[in-house]
Design a protein around this ligand. Structure first.
Ligand code: ADP
Ligand code: MG
Length: 309
């Protein structure tokens, strides 16, 4: 039962996610290209479905320059369709592969820019409000209280971080054409995992290796915004070292390594400041692992200082 919604013209498949097929679609009334993700939920009970729909409704309110826009959803008996912004210029995992193949490091300036944008998006999700304006970061105001609409990403990884440039939006990803000052980062796949992880299908279809999963989540503790910060640290590490901080041949071994939180230094090519941001995030101790708020203040100050030099 494909494309029963006549508002959309169903186009080619662009990939397969953990829960079903991902397709390009054309929204006919607006002539806009979108991505449609399908989630088979025939096995879910009505409470689980309700939770999924509730999350969709929260996500559809999550509008931010650095977050893949969630437009709409519709459902039939067995399938939920999610319609979202189409990101045509590739993702961070492609960028990492490109640099690895070329045997080059990703320039540090570009890493700081991507970091700041990921954090801006995480801040929006974790605090339920938009970023504090740059001018106010110098006062020691308390961070905003976490709202009810708090969203935890839960699956932060290079493949869920889309890249484009403000200038060449719509083009294929090409590092040669990429202007570092204009790179636009968009986080995708927010939040929905909350409903899905509890469903039976998750256990059987989550085939990805949990390279970025925090030790507390591996130990079956609940997700918190700080679990995203751990994953964030792992992603930044991978941009520097062109491989994740924890790797292993088996799931058990990976789990063991993550729980030790011991990883190799990033290449000397990069500054101590970058190394120290990464280290602060890949911290087993939730009491000392920084929030998006703290990191963002810190990083913006560093970027501001660097640009003054
Ligand atoms: P995963 O579960 O591995 O994250 P996804 O369901 O997110 O898989 O996506 C499957 C494929 O579709 C991936 O190749 C991904 O890059 C692509 N994709 C997902 N969302 C978008 C989007 N908004 N724009 C463009 N491509 C997307
Ligand atoms: Mg994804």
């Amino acid at each position: 039962a494909e494309g029963q919604n006549s508002e959309y013209e169903v186009l080619e498949e662009i990939g397969r996610g953990s829960f079903g097929c991902v397709r390009k679609v054309m929204h006919i009334p607006t002539n806009k290209l979108m991505v449609r993700k399908e989630i088979k939920y025939g096995h879910m009970n009505s409470k689980e479905r309700q939770q999924l729909i509730a999350e969709c409704s929260i996500l559809s309110q999550l509008k931010h320059e650095n977050i893949v826009e969630f437009y709409n959803w519709d459902s039939n008996k067995d399938v939920l369709y999610l319609y979202m912004e189409y990101c045509s210029s590739g993702d961070l995992s492609q960028m990492i592969s490109y640099y690895k193949k070329e045997r080059k490091y990703i320039p540090e300036k570009l890493i700081w820019s991507i970091m700041a944008q990921i954090l801006t998006a995480l801040y929006r999700c974790h605090y339920g409000t938009d970023l504090i304006p740059l001018e106010t970061i110098y006062d020691k105001a308390k961070p905003p209280i976490k709202g009810n609409n708090l969203v935890i990403h839960r699956d932060l990884k290079p493949g869920n971080i889309f890249l484009s440039t403000r200038k060449w939006e719509g083009d294929e990803y090409s590092p040669k054409k990429m202007d570092y000052n204009k790179v636009l980062v968009k986080l995708g796949d927010f939040g929905l995992a909350k409903s899905l992880e509890s469903s039976i299908e998750f256990a059987t279809t989550y085939v990805g290796t949990p390279y970025y999963m925090s030790p507390e989540v591996l130990m079956d503790q609940p997700y918190s915004p700080l679990s995203d910060i751990w994953s964030f640290g792992c992603v930044i590490y991978e941009m520097c070292s062109l491989r994740p901080p924890f790797q292993a041949k088996t799931y058990m071994e990976l789990q063991r390594r993550i729980k030790t939180a011991r990883f190799e230094r990033i290449p000397d090519y990069y500054s101590h400041e970058l190394q120290s941001v990464i280290k602060s995030c890949i911290d087993i101790n939730l009491g000392t692992r920084p929030s998006a708020y703290t990191l963002l203040q810190d990083i913006q100050l560093r970027i501001a200082r660097k640009s003054l030099q």
